[in-house]
Design a binder for this molecule. Structure first.
Ligand code: HEC
Length: 153
């Protein structure tokens, strides 16, 4: 590469870096007057779509780990499911339960999210036994949290 071309490339690089820096500064923090899309899910939505029933992400992931052998695509899907269960934890973190105090709620959510993290790690390592163990742990989080935060009907 000639030196003039080199400096052109460098200049273009520098320009893109400063544009990225500007963008980072000018973009408001999430939730601080940002007019992007707002979160819509309620706690019940997370429970019904992610946690409960045969079609939930948790059930699907359980079935993934129970399979004799997942191929590479199957592991990728398992990892994706675990990632989205972690995201469900992120959503829950910002929501207010119908009862119970905030510190206890955050602890329950963190434990739930931690189990999903272990499941994700298991999928990364293609380790079905670790995945099963992670989901068994996650299954125990349901009632633990419900005892503190779900109003009995
Ligand atoms: C971090 C706390 C927490 C964890 C963990 C949790 N839940 Fe819940 N769940 C709640 C709360 C709070 C409600 C009540 C929501 C409401 O009434 O608005 C609820 C409600 C539910 C409901 C009733 C939804 C409806 O139709 O009203 C089901 C079903 C449910 N959870 C299943 C599960 C399962 C299965 C798991 C575990 C895989 C789980 N939950 C884990 C907090 C939790």
């Amino acid at each position: 590469m000639t030196s003039s071309r080199k400096s052109l490339v460098l200049a273009a690089f520098a320009a893109s870096v400063s544009a990225a820096a500007l963008l980072a500064v000018s973009r408001p923090a999430q939730g601080a007057g940002d007019d992007g899309p707002k979160p819509v899910a309620e706690i019940k939505d997370v429970m019904l779509a992610i946690n409960a029933g045969d079609e939930s992400l948790v059930s699907r992931l359980k079935a993934d780990f129970a399979k004799d052998k997942l191929d590479d695509d199957g592991w990728e899907v398992a990892r994706a499911r675990a990632s989205m269960i972690m995201e469900a934890g992120n959503v829950l973190f910002g929501l207010k339960p119908p009862m119970g105090d905030e510190a206890a709620w955050r602890k329950h959510v963190a434990e739930y999210r931690g189990c999903a993290d272990q499941a994700r790690e298991a999928a990364n390592k293609k380790d079905a036994a670790a995945g099963k163990a992670a989901l068994a742990g996650l299954g125990k989080r349901c009632n633990e949290c419900h005892k503190d935060h779900r109003k009995s009907d």
